[in-house]
Design a protein around this ligand. Sequence first.
Ligand code: PMP
Length: 407
Amino acid sequence: SGRFTPEAARQDMPILQRPVNGRPLIWLDNGATTQKPRQVIETLASFYATANSNIHRGAHTLAREATDLYEGGRAAVAEFLGAPSPDTVVVTRGTTEAVNLVAQTWGRADLGPGDEILVSTLEHHSNIVPWQMIAKERRARVVPIPLLPDGSIDQNAYADLLSCRTQLVAISHASNVLGTVPPVREMTALAHRYGAKVLVDGAQAVAHFPVDVQELDADFYAFSGHKLYGPTGIGALYAKPEILAAMPPWQGGGNMIDSVGFDRVTYAPVPHCFEAGTGHISGVVGLKSAIDWLTSFDHGAVAAYETALLGYAQQALATVPGLEILGSAPEKIAVLTFTLAGHDPMDVAHWLDQAGIAVRAGHHCAQPALRHYGLDAAARASLALYNTTEEVDELVASLHQLQAQSG
Ligand code: PMP
């Protein structure tokens, strides 16, 4: 892989050329979705212009080409995650669908009355609600793992909560609101001592640091393409081969069967039995292009750059009167969620938008994490590899101005 510089990454991002409210766009809403490199945009256009076909059926050239591209995308995801083989990767709409798939198949088959699912308090709603839904159906219980004041997961409480009733532990590899990167490998090893499975939500992790699902020993790992410089509506679920093989299928339809009769149906092999209907074929092709783009840089160098940018931003934001950052865990990605005394978070976001700076404001789909700080909303600047110290300076200057004009 090549040398990484933020300038090289910026040059590939056409959207960074557009002005917003008369100012150069400063995109600090990467936690919601990242921008797309020209290579991904061109791959999508080229797929539709030259290779469009449905897959896995039709003995013609384009069907074969589209199938090869789709399966090539699956293989690229497997390699990117350090998965043992492409068959351990199920193509989904994103993280949300991946978690729901596990809850509705593995969960429905394996959870029973009195079983417990431990869910950390910093989870995104998509790693909470699917568990609440299946727990209700199976009369199991969702048990929150508390946080410490710095936004890290309370490891003593976690150890105490684990028991022979624990069937699953659901944890993020990086929090979208506090930035916390929990010790997933250690937490997984501990869960396995109790025979529990571990689902890791990698939505905020994969773009920011290298991931190896086998090294983590994760049972399930989910992520979304659109937070990884790829298209929306595409993502993946990794699961250990023996777990996938034992999981019942989820949605029924075309592509997921082997043979259908009114007396009997048999299913396609793993992972195809979890991919009913015509999927987002161009999305898979675009996802591979995004992975190729990101991994054309040295991923370790990207992670180091983002960590340095986080440190710079933390120091610079600390100069703004009345600004408080939520989450100061020692291991964290470059997510800066903050409150500004005297200002509603939505007003802060609108003020910054006037300066061309995009940040998110609200509950960030992680209400329990915000309530841990007694809040129901906050503003969030979430950084990516193409952000620069100059952009952070603009953010900080704009917040100083807001405080000066209202002070
Ligand atoms: N988990 C985390 C940690 C997230 O940040 C997000 C997206 N904000 C999701 C899950 C859900 O991802 P998606 O909406 O792409 O399914």
